[in-house]
Design a protein around this ligand. Structure first.
Ligand code: HEM
Length: 203
């Protein structure tokens, strides 16, 4: 009548994980495909007025989205792959599902690290300076921008690894599927950057 406790927890954790992931990656794409071109056209003297209230709000959902995605992701990994045994195939080797999720989970973990230990500490200095605090070191903005760009490019392959694992019956892990997936995933992000520079801001 009602599924066992592990299946119930898995369904709940998966749902929280995806909602948090949407919140995180949605804001990442807002920063890279909307805010980046927008900032290029914003007058310098307007930045201290516009940026702290806008960017600090967005950074709140961005970094906490990343944290909850990561925590629920680890919980799912433990439930499905360690406790549930999906990390191994019938012969006791690393399973194909395991290979995909290790790829997705590793890239997601690198992205989470970048959010909490590269982007957020530097953004605090940049926005703190706009709010009257000490001047940010000149390296802060380029380093934060680079980490944000790396995360945007990683998000395509990460997402593929994340969703391919539970569908290995239709998308197995071979060199062919891996290479096609990576070309598509990185190519799409590259295309989105190109589109973001051309979006019309008139009607
Ligand atoms: C931060 C590190 C992350 C870890 C450690 C992680 C871990 C996991 C694990 C273990 C699963 C279960 C996979 C399975 O059933 O085989 C999963 C599923 C999923 N994750 Fe993540 N994840 C991370 C980041 C993300 C991010 C950023 C997103 C973006 C939205 C995301 C979206 C998803 C989705 C959509 C599924 C469901 C896949 C399916 O059922 O087909 N994950 N994740």
């Amino acid at each position: 009548m009602f599924p066992d406790i592990d299946s119930t927890l898995q369904a709940i954790f998966r749902w929280f994980h995806i909602i948090a992931g949407i919140t995180w990656i949605g804001h990442l794409y807002f920063f890279n495909f909307v805010n980046l071109p927008f900032q290029g056209g914003l007058d310098k003297e307007l930045k201290p007025k516009v940026n702290p209230p806008l960017v600090l709000r967005a950074l709140y959902f961005f970094r906490w989205g990343a944290m909850w995605t990561f925590l629920f992701g680890l919980a799912l990994f433990y439930l499905i792959y360690i406790r549930g045994g999906a990390i191994k195939d019938a012969e006791g080797h690393l399973s194909e599902r395991g290979m995909w999720i290790l790829l997705g989970g590793l890239l997601g973990t690198i992205m989470w690290f970048n959010v909490w230990f590269v982007i957020w500490p530097r953004q605090k200095k940049i926005l703190g300076a706009m709010l009257g605090g000490p001047a940010a070191p000149p390296t802060a903005a380029p380093q934060a921008a680079l980490a944000s760009k790396v995360n945007t490019y990683l998000s395509g392959p990460m997402m593929w690894g994340m969703v391919a694992g539970s569908h290995v019956n239709i998308w197995p892990m071979t060199w062919g599927t891996f290479i096609v997936a990576m070309i598509l995933a990185i190519g799409l992000i590259h295309g989105l950057y190109a589109v973001s520079r051309k979006v019309k801001t008139t009607v």
